[in-house]
Design a protein around this ligand. Structure first.
Ligand code: ADP
Length: 624
């Protein structure tokens, strides 16, 4: 297929086919009913033009024959028919609008499902971190978030077009029958010329969306900073309020300028000749009608029908507020989602779909064998031929300076990414050959940037093993194992307390309490069968003293479990069975705290350095 044909197919045909299928799936009867009703509403407009013209045509005879005469009665009949049509229009038009809204909500509901499914279907998190696919996902979600210009608007707009175009058809047919088919063709052409102009303008805006979106992102960000609670403190303390206002203004203007430029260009070039052409044709047609009326070739009724239908038809050359924006912009989201789906790797990753039990053998070791990894879009090897064996039942601590690749190693273990080279083997079997979901159930992780869900305390814990959500006893047990028993007891609604001050009766936890909650979540995962517990910087929100206490307590509670403990504080992991030092994407030292100190290598150097820093600070609990 030629390039332009492919583009035409992808941009114009495919999204509309999608809409049609959505309309069928969501609203088969509703969509058909609305389309039928809209057809009737359109036809009624034509009926009113004819009926009201007949009224005008009968006035002279009725006036001269007087009240109660047969011509008078026929005038009254025509008047009643015209009024009836007008009344029906008044009733059916809002009904059609209401049904259109129903269609919009149903189609948007389906699109929401499709969006979530597409966003969550990928086994890895790479699409959420890739700028291009993320931009498509944002574009697909943007309209839904704002509730306007959505696929539902496109669907409702398409149905609204039925009203408009059936109205136009009715007027053209009326002109054809009452005046001449040449006049009908000329007026139809004028209306469609104006319509094409409006659609071109809207299409121009559509093409500008990808240009404007990144520019808008900046202004939206400044607006969010200015009105949101997150930066409220800093903006005031640093005296940034007028700076933010100015930055918002300049970035918003930068975002809107391409649109203004294009609007000037399109309006001037496209509408000047269209307006001139339309005016000339309409003047000619109306002049010919008036002449025919003057010579008696047209009756008064015919002349009135011709003029009314002509004006009404040409007015339909306008911009359709209820249809044009929706049909044009609503499809942007559809196209963006299709592009995103194309960018997301097939969820059938190697090993996917196998029986869950296959992934849960008890193991004796997990071995990173010559594992290298670099993030997409970068050549830098974050892990560079890493060899590391984690033994079952052992607590292994992974230490290294910030940026040495510790979290990356965890992400590979959780199969959020696949190694660029090498493999992770569980008793000799590559974990890439295991069903990904089942493998993940083997790993309970507390990420450094774990999520603070604005949900109940029990849900925050239950997310570690969602099937245990209805077991409050076990959730309470996990809370207490993570050191939260006192907090839960003090909360008015206990485990059911919502962890957000934005809710009635909700509370906010401290950083350290949130961290314990994340640990309770991972402990639940372990209780539900996960064989490896990973804690990535679990004590970042705690002070040194609390950290030392946490590790002592934690080492005691998880004794005998396969645990991977990550920290950049060398002092905090000395109770681990084994300490592994990561640097430059490789393991450079491996041993117990004592053996590594005795070795007097990198670990000993950094341990002493950090110890002296703490000794110099006000912290009194200095690592020994
Ligand atoms: P650590 O946990 O040891 O502090 P990380 O594994 O988080 O280190 O990061 C290792 C390196 O990989 C850092 O240089 C970081 O900038 C880079 N990095 C981490 N995440 C990403 C990502 N999603 N995309 C690109 N680079 C990343």
């Amino acid at each position: 297929m030629g390039n332009w044909r492919q583009k035409l197919w992808q941009e114009r045909v495919e999204p509309r086919l999608f809409l049609l299928t959505q309309l069928r799936m969501a609203t088969d009867a509703l969509a058909l009913g609305t389309a039928g009703l809209n057809l009737v509403v359109g036809a009624l407009a034509g009926g009113f033009v004819v009926a009201s013209s007949v009224v005008v045509g009968r006035v002279p005879a009725a006036m001269s024959a007087g009240i109660g005469s047969p011509p008078w009665r026929s005038l009254v009949t025509a008047f009643l028919v015209a009024s009836g049509i007008l009344f029906a229009q008044q009733i059916l038009t809002p009904l059609s609008a209401a049904l259109g809204q129903l269609v919009k909500h149903r189609v948007d509901g389906l699109f929401h499902d499709r969006l979530l499914e597409a966003s969550l279907r990928s086994a890895s998190v790479a699409p959420q971190e890739d700028e291009e696919s993320l931009a498509n996902l944002r574009l697909a979600a943007e309209g839904l978030e704002k509730g306007s210009r959505t696929p539902g608007d496109a669907a409702a707009g398409t149905l609204a077009l039925v009203t408009r175009y059936s109205r136009l058809c009715a007027f053209v047919v009326i002109i054809g029958v009452a005046i001449s088919w040449w006049a009908a063709a000329a007026i139809g052409l004028v209306t469609m010329t104006l319509r094409v102009g409006h659609r071109d303008v809207v299409r121009t805006y559509t093409r500008l969306v990808p240009v404007m979106s990144p520019l808008r992102r900046e202004s939206d960000y400044f607006l969010g900073l200015g009105v949101g609670p997150v930066a409220a403190k800093e903006l005031r303390v640093f005296g940034l309020t007028s700076w933010i206002t100015e930055r918002y203004r300049s970035s918003a203007l930068a975002a809107i300028r391409p649109l203004w430029r294009e609007r000037r260009r399109v309006n001037v070039t496209a509408f000047l000749w269209r307006a001139a052409f339309s005016l000339a044709v309409v003047c000619l047609v109306v002049a010919l009608m008036l002449r025919a009326g003057a010579t008696g070739a047209l009756t008064l009724t015919e002349l009135t029908i011709g003029i009314q239908a002509t004006i009404a038809a040409v007015l339909l050359g306008e911009f359709y507020h209820e249809a044009d924006t929706g049909t044009q912009f609503g499809l942007i989201a559809v196209r963006a989602l299709e592009r995103f789906r194309g960018q997301v790797a097939d969820p059938e990753v190697p090993g996917g779909g196998g029986p869950a039990a296959e992934a849960a053998p008890s193991f004796t070791e997990i071995r990173f064998s010559n594992v290298s990894f670099s993030y997409a879009g970068s050549d830098r090897l974050v892990l560079d031929g890493l060899d590391l064996t984690l033994r079952a039942g052992e607590c292994t601590a992974l230490v290294g300076l910030n940026g040495s690749g510790k979290t990356t190693l965890v992400k590979l273990l959780a199969r959020l990414y696949e190694p660029t080279k090498g493999a992770i083997l569980i008793d000799g079997r590559d974990i890439a050959t295991l069903p990904v979901d089942a493998w993940r159930r083997q790993v309970g992780i507390v990420f450094q940037d774990f999520i603070r869900y604005e949900l109940s305390l029990s849900d925050n814990i239950a997310f570690g093993a969602i099937e245990r959500r209805s077991d409050p006893g076990q959730l309470a047990e996990m809370a207490s194992r993570a050191g939260l028993a006192d907090i839960v007891a003090a909360l008015p609604r206990g485990l059911d307390t919502v962890l957000s001050p934005h809710y009635d009766g909700g509370v906010e936890l401290s950083g350290g309490q949130w961290q314990r909650l994340a640990i309770a979540r991972a402990l639940l995962a372990v209780d539900a069968g996960a064989q490896i517990l990973v804690l990535d910087e679990p004590t970042a929100a705690l002070d040194v003293r609390a950290e030392a206490a946490f590790f002592d307590e934690f080492a005691e509670r998880t004794r005998g479990r396969t645990t991977l403990l990550i920290s950049h504080r060398f002092s905090s992991v000395r109770h681990a069975d084994r300490i592994v030092v990561l640097s430059g994407g490789r393991v450079i030292e491996d041993g117990t705290h004592e053996s590594l100190l005795a070795r007097d290598g990198r670990y000993a150097e950094l341990y002493h350095l950090q110890a002296s820093l703490f000794a110099d600070s006000s912290e009194t609990e200095v690592p020994r």
